[in-house]
Design a protein around this ligand. Sequence first.
Ligand code: DQA
Length: 165
Amino acid sequence: MKVIWVLNGPNLNLLGEREPEVYGHTTLPEIERALVAHGARAGAEVTCWQSNHEGELVTRIQEARGRADGIILNPAAYTHTSVALRDALLAVEVPAVEVHLSNIHGREPFRRRSLTAAACVGIIAGFGPLGYHLALDALMARLGVEGQARQNGLLQGPTASEDAR
Ligand code: DQA
């Protein structure tokens, strides 16, 4: 089993009621429940956590070192401002995938810049709650657990080990 931490930043606790025209009607507990179930099928023990506080997110990322195999992170508004979160991700060297429910590149100009993305292995934006599931499959593939991603039709072509030959 791989240990995957799903970290959500400020205001994401209000999903479902917060700007539903942008973020949809699904609540964070609903997203988290579906991810835990997906993880169980994919060979991942998924733990979800949310905070409105930048420092708490930094601490949590630091705690991932040696405890989590991968991180799925929606830094929310801190995406666009937080050097501290970027530095934390770089410091711990735990592979992270950045997720945004909305397509940050199709919104206000200040949302188009992510300070955290460069410290992640990849970024998924614009697919709503599905983005977290895509991130989980991508992370598991990255960690060498390709079965579920292949079964979902997300991965095609040679396996990583075939690639390496
Ligand atoms: C968000 C996009 C951010 O710009 C915004 O501040 C959020 C949510 C998203 O998931 O689309 O709070 O990260």
